[in-house]
Design a protein around this ligand. Structure first.
Ligand SMILES: *Cc1c(COP(=O)(O)O)cnc(C)c1O
Length: 343
């Protein structure tokens, strides 16, 4: 199956003449820079590298993927939004999601005036391939979003290979929680599938949500369109510094230790939750959170808030379900004490 990415891209984006910044025209670091109307005084006076080359180089070495296959966004939210801008003609094209899932796909679809087809996951929160099949041949369906491990259910999604083999549009796999999961990332499949975008983030396993940096791994061709469409300086120098500082061996080991601790805490939390009468069901999780079904989610949510314990009430999307992020050992103890007293 030969996929022509150009054919999937919007005409106006194909023809777009991108903004050419002063930093595009001269890449060296030494010189007297009188080209960008910057202020000669101050510490943060210069525009940052628009292509974040140092970070992409480090990620390339760490993950053994060419830096030409890496794009950095102002959070994954920008990675998602740019996919709409590159591929979806407003008022004409469509995207597809499997619900319940992360809310930003729908918000981005609405902002971009793109129709969203929403298929329900089955009772095990898996994709029902038979329901999906007819949609795979819709020429106006441009992007299928798959969140795995899925938020807010926590499980990994199966049958992604089938979709990769059978869909000629863009497949966007959101792997925000992959570092907590025993499953393999799809990042290494971008060589085989030029229509695959794998997004990851520094917000969860890396513990850097406030820095706002997300990653897209994709074919060189797709990455070029991302660079064409993004705002020129989408990641500030402060944020680039924070990420660069985090990408050293010592910190990477620390992050990996922290994540082991979180996964161990998750085990302890699940065991304690099992003992509560008010907990009806605990759904399997490959992420740093657990979804539980309770007797009365609204009421339990409110009582927890009264005790300053905030969980995510998902009652509106999955009846009587709460999503609980695994916190520090003390935070989890406080949660369990409070739930026990409600129980
Ligand atoms: C938290 C989360 C993200 C992260 O978004 P950022 O903009 O990178 O902070 C992305 N996708 C899913 C499914 C998430 O739950």
């Amino acid at each position: 199956m030969k996929i022509d990415i150009q054919k999937l891209v919007r005409k106006n984006i194909l023809n777009l003449k991108p903004y050419s910044s002063a930093r595009d025209e001269f890449e060296g670091e030494n010189g007297i820079f009188l080209d960008a109307n910057e202020n000669p005084f101050g510490e943060l006076n210069r525009y940052p590298d628009p292509y974040q080359r140092k970070i992409r180089q480090k990620l390339s070495t760490i993950n053994q993927i060419s830096d030409e296959n890496i794009f950095l966004g102002n959070g994954s939210d920008e990675v998602i939004d740019l996919a709409f801008r590159i591929f979806c003609e407003p008022g004409k094209d469509k995207v597809l999601t499997f619900s319940p899932t992360y809310g930003m796909y729908e918000v981005s679809a609405n902002i971009n005036d793109v129709e969203l087809i929403n298929l329900n996951l089955n009772d095990d929160f898996q994709i029902d391939l038979e329901t999906l099949k007819p949609y795979l041949y819709d020429e106006n369906l441009k992007i299928i979003f798959i969140c795995s491990p899925n938020n807010p259910t926590g499980n990994s999604i199966k049958n992604i290979e089938y979709i990769l083999e059978n869909f000629n549009g863009i497949i966007f796999i959101d792997e925000a929680y992959i570092d907590f999961s025993p499953e393999q990332s799809f990042r290494n499949k971008i060589e085989n599938f030029p229509n695959l975008i794998v997004s990851q983030t520094f917000s969860k396993a890396w513990g850097m949500a406030s820095v706002r940096v997300g990653i897209a791994y994709a074919s060189e061709e797709i990455i070029k369109f991302y660079n064409k469409v993004k705002p020129p300086y989408n990641i500030s120098q402060l944020n680039q510094n924070a990420i660069l500082n985090a990408l050293n061996d010592e910190n990477i080991n620390q992050v990996s230790e922290n994540n082991k601790l979180i996964l161990n805490e998750k085990k302890i939390l699940i065991e304690s939750l099992k003992e509560l009468k008010l907990v009806k069901k605990i759904f399997p999780s490959d992420a740093n959170f657990v979804l539980i079904e309770v007797e009365n989610a609204d009421e339990i949510y409110k009582k927890l808030v009264e005790e300053n314990v905030i969980v995510r009430n998902r009652n509106s999307v999955i009846k009587n379900c709460l999503r609980i992020t695994v916190g520090s050992p003390q935070e989890n103890l406080k949660l369990m004490e409070t739930l026990k007293s409600i129980n």
